[in-house]
Each structure stands twice: as C-alpha cells, then as structure tokens.
Design a protein around this ligand. Structure first.
Ligand code: APR
Ligand code: ZN
Ligand code: ZN
Length: 361
C-alpha cells in the first residue's frame, strides 16, 4: 500500500516549483511516515531548484519541519505513531568511527529512508536533504524523527530542523560561547539571528550584530544583540575591536559564507579567540590569509556543520527552553503560508524581506 499526497516539486533547473501528487510508500524496516504539520522555507530549497546542489531532479523540496509520526516500519522502536517530532537531516549511524568514539554529532555515515517517494508515473523523487517535507506526508528514516514536547507550535519547533539549529549550535556547540564572553555575529539572516539567540542563551555579556542591511540589524537587536554595526558604512573589524576594549571578540560567528566576511571574522576576534564558519561558501571561493597571523593570533578556526547538533540531545532541550519562554523561536516565523505559495516565498526570501516563511499543513 502507498498513499497519494500533495507535495512541492522542482522538476528542472530554474523552473518554478509546483504542487504535484506524490506517492509515499508504506514505511519499510527502519523507516517512518510522518504527517507534516509545518515546514519552513530555507535557502537550501531554493539552491536545489536552481540546480546549485546537484542535478538529481525532480526534487521534493522542504526540510525544516515538524509533524506527527503516522506509521513506522519493522524494527522501529525509538518513535511510534502519534509522536510529535522534529525532522533532522543527520540520522546518526551508531557504527562509524565518529559514532564509535562517542562523537555522534560528527557521524560520517548519516542515512535517509531506503525507499523512494515518486511521482504518480513512477519517477523517483530526490527529497531535499533526505527529508522532502513540503508535502502532506513524507517518508524518512526513523532516526530522522526526534521526539519533542507536543506543546510546542509546529511552526516554531520545525525551524530547529535546519537553519535555526545551525545558528544556535554555531554559538553553543561549535563556538562554545560561555558566560561573560563577547561574541560578534557577521550576517544576521535566519542563521545569524539564531546565533545571536544562542550566544545570549549561553550567557554572553556582549553580542555584536554585523550586517549590511539595517532591517536585519534591527531584528538582531530585538533578539538580544547588545550592539549593531552596519558594515556597508563602518569597518566592522575596527568597530568590534572598539566595542571590546580594543581587542576583539572572544567568539566571532561568520553566518554569510564569503571570503571577505570570513576575513573580517578572523581579524575581529581577540587573541586566542574562536572563529566559527557556519555560512556555506560556494565551490569557487578562496581564502588567503598570512599564515603568520593564523599562527600568531592563536585560538581556533572552526566550521559548524548543522550547528554540530545532536538532534536527540539538542532538539528536546531547545523546545523545552522555547516553552519556558527562554528562546524566542516564534520571532523567526515571519509569515505562515500554504503549499501553493512556496514559489512566492522564495522571492520574498531572496529579497531579504522575511526571516522564515513557514508552510502550514
Ligand atoms: N556583510 C555582512 N552581512 C552580509 C554580507 C556582508 N558582506 N552579505 C550579506 N550579508 C547578510 C545579509 O544581509 C543577510 O542578512 O547576511 C545575511 C544572510 O542571511 P540569509 O540570506 O537570510 O541567509 P541565512 O538563512 O541566514 O543563511 C546564512 O548560512 O546556512 C548558511 O547557506 C546559508 O550561507 C548561508 C548562511
Ligand atoms: Zn556514525
Ligand atoms: Zn535549511
């Protein structure tokens, strides 16, 4: 048995996305079918439809989602029908060299459902990040379902599935921000703003937001940035140093993904400080730095994959903090839309008008 549901499909490079009927198989061993309740629109969905990730069209888009488990396949014990879950794109294997050393957040062999969802003519779909949640239902590996408190709103909880987790995790997991630290965040879109929240949550004393768009800086301040710098008219390195006693920030988070902003991050941190790169560069970008500065400034230059999160550890904890009013995830939900409005939401995202449009199902 399989089910026919509606889902947002990108058929070919650059073509507008369309809602189509997709076929969701019953879950096989280790798999689950999830009834999606909410799914945020992320830049990565747009990159897929522009052919920027790979050429495995057609794609079933959507990957920042929360919903309720509807069916599980044989051998699934961690989740059961009725569970409220946030979907993650790194179901850990438990067996690779990272997992065996007790560092599952770096798992090098994460997995997705084995079976494929298809179009009605049998064409196999590639689900975005192995999720494909701009759909009424989706098939995933059971390990991609992380159970959280069902009191949370699906729109807010689902955001933890990707960009917001990346930003919070860049601060609390990768950057190791601690009480009293000074933190600068370069690029205050959804990811950077989440890093601002993460830094605040971790007890940072100073959180300096840097962007080239005043609207973004205003939002960052409402989320808890203590200072803001518009780097289109002010040198952010000098300003960050001035705001930190002339030295630089303890942790600088780069959430743009460009060599010039990485260089700013590198020089805006204090000696022995940490740079976290959570923005994702493109293949042609190159970085040149004096090696003596890399050595002489000490500290750590780190990259943050998915905020170095471990979904089973981080999602329930962050949902609990959200429910206690200590983590304003609702602030990221700029608007709620229907499945049919994803293409329009891409345009708004591209113009920088929204933090997140969230599809409600
Ligand atoms: N200096 C400072 N800020 C910049 C610059 C720059 N040179 N260029 C762009 N920005 C700002 C934008 O104004 C915007 O606020 O960076 C922010 C980027 O935010 P979004 O486009 O909303 O992207 P976001 O979803 O936050 O992702 C940021 O992280 O996960 C990756 O692929 C993602 O590389 C992207 C990055
Ligand atoms: Zn593993
Ligand atoms: Zn995403």
């Amino acid at each position: 048995m399989s089910q026919h549901v509606r889902g947002v499909v990108a058929r070919a490079k650059g073509d507008p996305v369309r809602v189509e009927t997709i076929v969701v198989p019953d879950p096989g061993p280790g798999e689950a079918v999830v009834k999606v309740q909410a799914c945020g629109v992320c830049h990565t969905d747009l990159h897929y439809r522009e052919g920027g990730i790979n050429d495995d069209f057609p794609f079933l888009l959507g990957h920042e989602a929360a919903g309720v488990v509807e069916q599980v396949g044989p051998g699934v014990t961690d989740v059961q029908p009725g569970d409220f879950v946030v979907l993650n794109w790194r179901a850990v294997c438990g067996h690779c060299r990272a997992c065996r050393r007790g560092r599952p957040q770096y798992c090098f062999d994460t997995h997705n459902a084995r079976q494929k969802m298809t179009l009605t003519d049998g064409t196999e779909l590639t689900p975005a990040l192995g999720i494909g949640a701009f759909a009424e239902k989706t098939l995933v590996a059971a390990g991609q379902c992380t159970k959280v408190d069902p009191a949370a709103s699906p729109a807010a909880a689902g955001l933890l599935g990707c960009g917001v987790m990346a930003g919070i995790g860049a601060a609390i997991n990768t950057g190791g921000v601690g009480r009293g630290d000074s933190v600068a965040v370069i690029g205050c879109g959804g990811v950077g703003d989440a890093a601002v929240l993460g830094a605040r949550l971790a007890g940072a004393a100073k959180v300096i937001a840097v962007d080239i768009d005043d609207r973004k800086l205003e939002t960052a301040r409402t989320l808890g940035a203590t200072h803001s710098v518009n780097s289109s008219d002010t040198d952010p390195v000098e300003r960050i140093r001035a705001l930190t006693g002339g030295f630089g920030a303890d942790v600088v988070i780069e959430a743009v993904g460009r060599p010039e902003t990485y260089r700013q991050a590198f020089y805006a941190r204090d000696l022995a400080g940490t740079v976290v790169l959570v923005g994702v560069p493109t293949p042609r970008m190159k970085l040149e730095l004096p090696l003596l500065d890399v050595f002489g400034r000490g500290g750590a230059l780190k990259s943050s994959w998915y905020g170095d999160c471990l979904p089973s550890r981080d999602f329930p904890m962050l949902v609990d903090l959200y429910l206690q009013g200590r983590l304003d995830l609702d602030a990221f939900v700029s608007e709620t839309i229907t499945l049919d409005e994803v293409e329009d939401a891409f345009a708004r995202m591209h113009k920088g008008d929204v933090l997140r449009s969230v599809v409600i199902l």
